[in-house]
Write a protein that binds this ligand. Structure first.
Ligand code: SAH
Length: 205
């Protein structure tokens, strides 16, 4: 998976590649889907949600440009795979999920796999996590209708935000870099995510 789907498509960060070699993706999908866990596509994880395609996880992680002392916020825990990748690289991962069943299931998995540097919350992640801010990186793993200003406000100096923005059919992966009072924005290309639902997201699924 790493060589053909990730390295071959231009992911170069040694930290990201090492994280992908360490996290057993098959443990983040249901037993029935285990033989497909390393395929080049997203898979269902219940509650009409999906674990993202490996390449998109790698692309977003690389775009965050993370270091070992960083604190990162993820919105949309889902299966926990993206959070586990982040946890290999950074000091601490904060992750928020709004579906209670997914929250419980993934919290149990993190306990079982001894991911002690992942902190979870069951809440509407579109509001961010004010008490733990500012963050070095924020990653949104569901599609937002617009760039959520609340999340930009929770970035520290030099902080990076990666978020898919658009409608149900077409979304662009946007990277925001906070440089003092300036906000720099780049477009990383097309993508497709389930909806980000909440106060500063879509109103319903
Ligand atoms: N990062 C996940 C991708 C899961 S799909 C993984 O690696 O598996 C997107 C997830 O975002 C779903 O679990 C969905 O319930 C969650 N989500 C959608 N809107 C949300 C919100 N406002 N706050 C927190 N989680 C949200």
């Amino acid at each position: 998976m790493v060589r053909k789907q990730i390295e071959a498509r231009g992911i170069k960060s040694p930290r990201v590649l090492a994280a992908f070699r360490q996290v057993p993706r098959h443990l983040f999908v249901s037993e029935a889907l285990r033989d497909q866990a390393y395929g080049d596509y997203p898979l269902p994880i219940g509650e009409q949600q999906t674990i993202s395609q490996p390449f998109i996880v790698a692309e977003m992680t690389q775009a965050l440009d993370l270091g070992e002392d960083d604190r990162v916020l993820e919105i949309g825990t889902g299966s926990g795979y993206q959070a586990a990748i982040l946890a290999q690289i950074v000091f601490r991962v904060y992750t928020i999920e709004r579906k209670h069943s997914l929250y419980l299931q993934t919290r149990n998995l993190f306990d079982k796999l001894h991911y002690h540097n992942i902190v979870m919350k069951y809440a509407d992640g579109t509001k961010g996590w004010q008490d733990e801010s500012p963050f070095d990186g924020i990653i949104v793993t569901a599609g937002a209708p617009q760039i959520p200003d609340v999340l930009i406000d929770q970035l520290g100096e030099g902080g990076r935000l990666v978020v898919p923005v658009g409608n149900q059919h077409t979304q662009e992966l946007i990277k925001i870099f906070r440089d003092g009072q300036n906000i720099r924005q780049t477009n990383l290309g097309g993508c497709r995510f389930v909806k980000l639902v909440g106060k500063h997201g879509w109103k319903d699924a």
